[in-house]
Design a protein around this ligand. Structure first.
Ligand code: NAD
Length: 418
């Protein structure tokens, strides 16, 4: 039997409605899957450096008031400094020293979990007690950086936020790109567009000397064969900084730190985990180079590094550009900040044994090719001449202070070092 056109139309309408319903459910399902998929399958949540961009709250009148108060200068010739990586080892010490002499200081840190974040929180509490506020955020967040420089016209930026350590590159290579390359560019972009442009002092590393065999390392030496991804990103950071100096007139000073140690130090560094493991009775791995060659480091005490950082800030000239336009050549400097007396790692262990009154269980191993170099030794004559830099703490004295801090910080077991 022939169907009437009306019935025909109704049937077609019904089938379209059914199709539409099916597609709507499918679409809705996809949206639900996208929003509610498990955290472990979300790449944004797997990558700690990216996760850090997602969760921070900033802004509002109360926040701006805290920012202004922390950054207010209290001494006559004081400077105002934005310290990135302020909850880090060096950042905490530099911020404290600046605040102590009456400078305005604001911290910025993303509190990532590369090492125990509770140590970063404890440093934050220390800084809060001396009146330094740390803004929680990532240097890749340009809107946050712009806001900070809008609220306070900082004269200086001390840039210490970075992905440190050489061995972690095996686990999380992108974190080096995120913080040491992309983060640096993000910071320099915002600084170059600021009016006034701040002068920037930033941390590079002795690792840029890579596998060089000519010692001591001088700023004039070649830096073109890095031994780790960390070193490669630090080297690239120097090139990027030079570019911003050249194109936009930003005043830039790079400081190549040599193995910094001391109280509130980093748990991923040998002097720190040797102390922990010796106290626990665990064996420690001591590396030696080929043919029983000595592995040695130019260990530099944190107070000496802080003096170098402050001197670099105090001698930094103003940037010459404004609002993204260069008006003339600007200062560009690079300095080694080391101790000038390398100590074999086995010597470091002997000092720790004496200070801890415990014999270490030494496990001698071949130096692996995963980023560690055999030897570092700084030539500091340039920093001596321009910054009056003169390290004054030997390893024995500095480690004594570190061990005293370590024992008091981890005493009682409530903060047992993991
Ligand atoms: N300690 C040393 O021996 C040594 C040697 C050579 C160079 N350096 C350099 O000195 C600087 C400070 O080192 P440190 O020993 O204090 O390391 P640290 O890891 O203790 O401090 C770095 C801080 O930066 C923060 N940070 C990292 N990425 C960030 C990001 N994207 N946004 C915001 N904050 C971020 C971290 O949370 C951390 O608190 C680094 O640039 C490091 O590479 C240190």
């Amino acid at each position: 039997m022939e169907k009437s056109p009306l019935v025909h139309n109704r049937l077609r309408w019904h089938s379209s409605l059914a199709k539409l319903t099916v597609w709507s459910f499918l679409f809705l399902g996809l949206i639900l899957i996208f929003f509610f998929r498990s955290p472990s399958s979300n790449p944004l949540q797997q990558d700690p450096s990216r996760r850090s961009l997602r969760t921070y709250n900033w802004g509002g009148p109360a926040w701006e008031k805290r920012v202004r108060s922390s950054a207010s200068v209290r001494s006559r010739n004081g400077i105002s400094v934005l310290v990135t990586g302020a909850a880090g080892f060096v950042g905490t010490h530099v911020s404290t020293a600046l605040k102590r002499r009456g400078d305005g200081v604001l911290g910025l840190d993303n509190f990532n979990d590369y090492y125990d974040p509770s140590l970063k929180r404890a440093r934050q509490a220390l800084l809060e007690r001396s009146g330094v506020f740390i803004v929680e955020g990532d240097i890749n967040d340009s809107a946050l950086l712009r806001k900070i420089l809008e609220v306070v016209a900082f004269s200086h930026v001390m840039h210490l936020a970075a992905q440190a350590g050489v061995r972690y590159a095996m686990e999380n290579p992108s974190s080096y790109v995120h913080s040491n390359i992309a983060g640096l560019v993000s910071l320099l972009e915002v600084c170059k567009s600021a009016n006034p442009q701040p002068a920037i002092v930033w941390a590079s590393s002795s690792s840029v000397y890579g596998l060089n065999t000519k010692v001591p390392f001088s700023e004039r030496d070649r830096t073109d064969h890095p031994a780790s991804l960390y070193a490669a990103t630090k080297k690239a950071g120097e090139e990027i900084a030079h570019t911003y100096n050249h194109i936009y007139g930003l005043s830039l000073t790079g400081l190549r730190f040599f193995t910094v140690y001391g109280p509130w130090g980093r748990p991923d560094m040998a002097y720190f985990f040797f102390t922990r493991d010796i106290l626990k009775g665990k064996s420690i791995q001591i590396f030696e180079a080929a043919n029983h060659g000595t592995v040695a480091r130019d260990f530099t005490y944190i107070d000496d590094i802080v003096k170098g950082c402050l001197a670099a800030l105090d001698t930094a000239e103003k940037s010459t550009g404004s609002g993204g336009k260069k008006k003339g050549p600007a200062q560009l400097r690079v300095y080694n900040l080391g101790n000038t007396s390398p100590v074999p790692v086995s010597g470091l262990v002997s000092i720790l044994e004496r200070l801890l009154k415990v014999n270490a269980k030494r496990d001698i191993m071949k130096l692996p090719r995963n980023g560690d170099v055999q030897f570092t030794h700084a030539n500091i004559s340039l920093a001596q001449r321009d910054l009056g830099y003169k390290p004054s703490t030997d390893l024995q004295t500095g480690l004594k202070k570190f061990v005293r801090w370590y024992l008091s910080y981890y005493s009682g077991g409530e903060k047992a070092a993991s």
